[in-house]
Write a protein that binds this ligand. Structure first.
Ligand code: GDD
Ligand code: MN
Length: 379
């Protein structure tokens, strides 16, 4: 397990501190495998933001291509550049949130690292905010003057459909709610931060929905550029996260994507249980088979939840074993709770399926809360 790590020589030369330099604008750039883009982006920011006291904070999820090393090499001679390296974590939204929270500037902007967002819009966004009657400026591809021609036909349709769906379900007015390019007053962001979801790509939509109409928003058009180095990280998972966010907001936070995923894994578990039971019955007695099937289903549920429902806090090695034992214990109590509630319900209202459902629901809520609290310690 423990490895001997050779540490590099301690750096003794320190660049002279730039006394008095305080950033008025922090630009947060989430990165995952963008080593070939960061130097160019810093140069472009430098050119576009002349006369502005800016800093850029790259939030890198420990990219295997060494993005954080590249950023830190630039930062070694440019105090405007910082790198926040996150380990064992993934997620565009979460990276943006942590980057924004690390800022002490009055204005924070978010943009992609891959040069697809037009940095020349930044001064205009800042000027709009500084006028004082706007809280959030959104770079939009879908108002006059903006475009996203580089998108493939299907990706373009998807992007627009996601925007329309969000508008339909939430009554927000944004032309490009899926934009990852925006700037806002930090004093408006800070109080919203605890309400935001860290998964997926929909950070802007989440901010606007969480503010419940409390933000004064202006949209500015820009032309979405093409990516030259690296590839897009938007995948099916990102799409699911997006639908999940809409669901959470629509149910006032009652149903979260994590809970849905947990319940879905539970339903799959029922089928796993029945299949295992059928097979075990070929060579064991019924009680033995039922016990075997229960263990297989619980183990299967644990593995699935560990890699899907709680993938952001996935347990490995020793923690996996400990988590599995905890999960067995919680599920056993959950089963007892299930039977208890169902029987109690049945005594008052003898409708078998209603009582069964009430028990199952109670069981899954118990299992979910306890697993979240004790096994994966997720929020
Ligand atoms: N830290 C971190 N962690 N950064 C990430 C992650 C992650 O898990 N996934 C993606 N990023 C970074 C990328 O490195 C890039 O700088 C930025 O987030 C956007 O990711 P892309 O993979 O380039 O997204 P895209 O170009 O396909 O999607 C664009 O359109 C979406 C909606 O239409 C972006 O503008 C998105 O922000 C936008 O939501
Ligand atoms: Mn991109």
């Amino acid at each position: 397990m423990s490895q001997l790590i050779s540490l590099p020589q301690r750096q003794t030369e320190v660049a002279p501190a730039q006394a008095g330099r305080v950033a008025e604008l922090s630009i947060i750039v989430p990165t995952f495998k963008e080593s070939g883009n960061v130097a160019e982006l810093v140069q472009r920011l430098d050119a576009a933001l002349e006369g502005v006291e800016w800093e850029v904070i790259f939030v890198d999820d420990n990219s295997p291509d060494g993005t954080s090393e590249v950023v830190k090499a630039i930062a070694a001679s440019d105090p405007r550049v910082r790198c926040l390296r996150r380990i064992h974590r993934r997620g565009l939204a979460g990276a943006c949130i942590e980057g924004m929270l690390s800022s002490s500037a009055p204005y924070v902007g978010v943009m992609d690292a891959d040069l697809q967002h037009d940095e020349n819009l930044l001064p205009r966004m800042l000027a709009t905010l500084k006028k004082g009657d706007t809280d959030l400026v959104v770079g939009s591809r879908y108002i006059a003057g903006g475009s996203a021609k580089v998108f493939s036909k299907s990706r373009g349709l998807m992007s627009k459909a996601a925007g329309s769906l969000a508008r339909m379900l939430t009554r927000i007015e944004l032309s490009d709610p899926m934009s990852g390019f925006f700037m806002m007053r930090r004093d408006r962001f800070d109080p919203l931060a605890p309400l935001l979801s860290t998964a997926g790509f929909k950070i802007l939509l989440d901010i606007v929905l969480s503010a419940k109409g409390g933000l004064r928003i202006v949209e500015e058009p820009y032309v979405f550029g093409s990516r030259t180095y690296g590839e897009s990280k938007l995948d099916a998972q990102v799409g699911l996260d997006f639908l999940g966010l809409l669901l959470t907001k629509l149910t006032g936070g009652a149903v979260t994507p994590r809970f849905l995923s947990y319940a879905l894994v539970g339903s799959i578990g029922v089928f796993v249980h029945l299949a295992a039971l059928r097979l075990a019955l070929l060579s064991f007695s019924f009680p033995e088979s039922q016990a075997i099937a229960t263990f297989i289903a619980m183990t299967g549920n644990f593995v699935l939840n560990n890699s899907l429902t709680f993938r952001d806090g996935r347990l490995t090695g020793l923690a996996f074993g400990r988590g599995l034992l905890g999960f067995y214990a919680i599920s056993s109590v959950g089963a007892l709770t299930n039977v208890g509630v169902a029987s109690w319900f049945y005594a008052y209202q003898p409708t078998w399926w209603l009582a069964g459902l009430a028990g199952a629901l109670m069981g899954v809520v118990w299992n979910y809360s306890m697993s979240t609290l004790l096994v994966w310690r997720a929020k």
